[in-house]
Design a protein around this ligand. Structure first.
Ligand code: GLA
Length: 390
């Protein structure tokens, strides 16, 4: 709470006025335990919300201005709430602007303006969904302030559309959905095509999740993310000679795929699709393993997922591979894999609680020796989705 008081003080220093009228919201970051590059293929994912994320302080103002500030950046500006436009120079502010733009598209008319102050605890570019966290908390806060319904599925979808269209990043639905719908101590088994989901208790039986940040930044825009998406679309196109109605790879079973994959003409494209179908199957098996508390199986599936992302989908890179290899050397580690888009960012490992300190020390040393980079480690707990704090 001391931190909240300090944030309120910052808000007042920045925007003036009194504490009265300031509302406070929080949206988490997320970590995906398994199911990578399956969301935009209409497959399954298994993410969890983190306990840290983005805190947003917001207060109405009489005119129709939108004040955007963050404790993480020096950029601070006011815009007209009636016409927000993408501007590269506005950097992170394009995320909240994109949400306001989406709310306009939903025919929401603002009769006042708002001042906003963000405080992000998610390392930028680490692949823990800092952008989805900003988007979802902004949408949730503005809808709350306007006394409008806050349907979390709709919030996730409009946040994704804003990232796709306003910010030009063709991400799938996983991040925004997890950030909106997460629940303390649960993972979310989400079917990304239908958005049907189950919350599965994460009873780790003495095992902890450790996120290891490679310190190698990855940006979806400049990564090969969009290229991978097109490769998957190409695979669907080729498979349409047998399945004319096929829209997404995730609609096929692994058996259907294996018996028709010869129709995919390009070897590389076939590898990409193979990953997607097998990864999808792994998510289903991982959820089943969690349901019967089979952590060993869960860990093995995490390892298989990483190996497939390295060899078939080719999105890991030397930093993520080095971090995972170092993790797998530590006794007490059941599984370790890259999480999120790849090319940098974080890994997630399932580590026995007695081995946590050894893990941080040994993986840190070995990673530094191999790459020259300093890794960062977070022993994570699973938190709630977006909510109002005050
Ligand atoms: C990024 C995207 C997600 C998902 C992952 C890969 O995090 O934002 O939608 O595609 O990459 O699984």
């Amino acid at each position: 709470m001391a931190e909240i008081e300090a944030l309120v003080q910052k808000f007042i220093n920045l925007y003036g006025g009194e504490e009265a009228g300031i509302a406070i919201f929080h949206a988490p970051g997320r970590v995906n335990l398994i199911g990578e590059h399956t969301d935009y293929n209409g497959g399954y994912v298994l993410p969890a919300a983190l306990t840290f994320g983005t805190t947003l302080l917001i207060r109405k103002r009489e005119d129709k201005r939108l004040g955007l500030a963050s404790t993480n950046f020096t950029t601070f500006n006011h815009f007209s709430i009636d016409s927000v436009m993408y501007d590269h120079a506005d950097d992170w502010m394009n995320y909240p602007k994109g949400i306001v733009n989406e709310l306009h598209r939903q025919h929401i008319v603002f009769n006042c303006g708002y001042d906003l102050l963000y405080h992000g605890e998610i390392p930028n570019g680490a692949g823990l969904s800092s952008s989805a966290s900003i988007e979802v908390v902004t949408a949730y806060a503005l809808l709350s302030m306007e006394d409008l319904p806050k349907d979390k599925e709709k919030i996730a979808l409009l946040s994704q559309r804003s990232e796709n269209e306003f910010n030009g990043v063709k991400c799938g639905i996983m991040d925004q959905f997890a950030v909106a719908n997460g629940k303390k101590d649960h993972v979310i088994l989400l079917m990304c095509d239908t958005l049907e989901y189950n919350l599965i208790p994460f009873q780790s039986h003495g095992y902890k999740l450790i996120i290891s940040n490679t310190g190698k930044r990855r940006g979806l825009v400049d990564s090969k993310y969009n290229e991978r998406r097109s490769e998957c679309e190409q695979a669907v196109n080729d498979l349409r000679s047998l399945y004319p109605e096929l829209k997404l790879l995730g609609e096929l079973t692994l058996e259907q795929f294996n018996s028709s994959k010869g129709l995919i003409r390009d070897d590389v494209v076939r590898m990409r699709a193979q990953h997607v179908l097998e990864e999808n199957e792994r998510v289903i098996q991982a959820a089943a393993a969690l349901n019967v508390n089979d952590m060993l199986k869960f860990g093995n599936l995490m390892n298989d997922s990483h190996d497939s992302l390295r060899d078939l989908y080719e999105v890991t890179g030397q930093e993520l591979d080095a971090m995972v290899e170092a993790a797998r050397q530590v006794s007490g580690v059941l599984g370790s894999r890259m999480t999120e888009a790849g090319f940098g960012g974080c890994t997630v490992s399932l580590v026995h609680e007695d081995a946590v300190q050894t893990f941080i020390q040994e993986v840190g040393q070995s990673y530094k020796a191999k790459t020259g980079l300093t890794g960062d480690f977070y022993v994570c707990s699973i938190g709630n989705g977006v909510e109002r704090l005050v």
